[in-house]
Ligand binder design. Structure first.
Ligand code: PMP
Length: 308
């Protein structure tokens, strides 16, 4: 049996006891930096493998610099706390781990980051298929991705997610599975919680980070695997909307979403409307790796052994 624990105000407590007050700054203004990390249950070994844990915390700490947050843990300590929380919780299934650094001051009407106290909390929940489907029908959102000149998309800032939520809500209410957002220049940017790749001319293409995309850990994983294991060229460049309609394959990538093929964009089939061969090969390789079944990439997997 699992008993979910949280790390809250410097200690491990049962998840249901971790509560903040209604005056908390982050609740009003979205002044948080969060992460989404997956733990993948490996039945043979009896461990949860946490995928690229350190890289997630390096991104979180970059976000903390942006929001002038000073949390008393470095990346090593954050990794250690996370493994301990997962072990204490006793999970023997796939999980999603949510760290959050936030402006914890119980003070409203103060917009000065430098005056507000910070805290860090951590929790995890059992987690299955995030998108609810194995292949995606997408639309182009009428909502544009936030621009670095307004609010930087390169960090996982809590408040930014209203942008994604508007796009996701619009798409799903219109009957699509997911939205693809364009940036302020009208170029293809990303999904609401996923980076995007397209296959064209036998190469992988993805927007560069300067196009207001999140530097995805899965994006980096796919780029490395495509090059090292499949000899594929990966091109980072601006992508036009109309290129999506004529792509050979399209793939969304993210911790929650894994690698999920897009089979339709704006009611136009992507190629023959089925998962393409490059997507399939990447997907198979990725699933083996995140479950800790590929020794070459075991260094990306931090084991957590459930304590019962
Ligand atoms: N873009 C956005 C907006 C996201 O929220 C996410 C999920 N973190 C991603 C891309 C994918 O990033 P990662 O592969 O690191 O999960």
């Amino acid at each position: 049996m699992s008993t979910p624990y949280a790390f809250f105000q410097g200690q491990f407590v049962p998840l249901e006891e971790a509560k903040v007050g209604i005056m908390t700054h982050a609740l009003h203004y979205g002044t948080g930096i969060f992460e989404g990390i997956r733990g993948n249950w490996n039945e043979e070994k009896g461990v949860v493998y946490i995928f690229r844990l350190r890289e997630h915390y390096e991104r979180l700490l970059r976000g903390c610099r942006m929001l002038m947050m000073d949390i008393p843990y470095d990346a090593d300590e954050l990794c250690r706390l996370t493994i301990e929380m997962v072990e204490r919780s006793g999970f023997s299934e796939d999980i999603y781990i949510r760290p959050l650094a936030y402006k914890s001051e119980e003070k409203v009407a103060n917009l000065k980051l430098q005056e507000l106290a910070d805290d860090f909390c951590l929790m995890s929940v059992p987690f299955g298929n995030y998108l609810g489907t194995d292949t995606l029908r997408c639309c182009i959102s009428s909502w544009r991705r936030v621009d670095d000149t307004s609010i930087p998309a390169r960090f996982k800032i809590s408040g930014i997610y209203v942008n994604s939520i508007l796009a996701k809500t619009e798409a799903t209410l219109a009957g699509y599975d997911e939205a693809i957002m364009l940036n302020q220049d009208g170029h293809v940017c990303e999904g609401t919680g996923e980076n995007i790749f397209l296959v064209s001319g036998g190469k992988l293409h993805t927007p560069p980070l300067e196009e207001n995309v999140l530097p995805g850990v899965t994006r980096d994983t796919v780029m490395q695997l495509a090059q090292a294991e499949m000899g594929l060229e990966v091109v980072e460049r601006s992508i036009d909307r109309s290129e999506l309609y004529i792509a050979d394959e399209i793939l969304l990538t993210g911790t929650a979403a894994h690698l999920t093929p897009v089979i339709e964009v704006d009611n136009r089939k992507v190629a023959d409307g089925k998962t393409g061969p490059i997507s399939k090969q990447l997907q198979e390789m990725y699933f083996e790796i995140v479950k800790g079944r590929n020794p070459k990439y075991l260094h990306w997997c931090s084991p957590a052994t459930p304590v019962n």
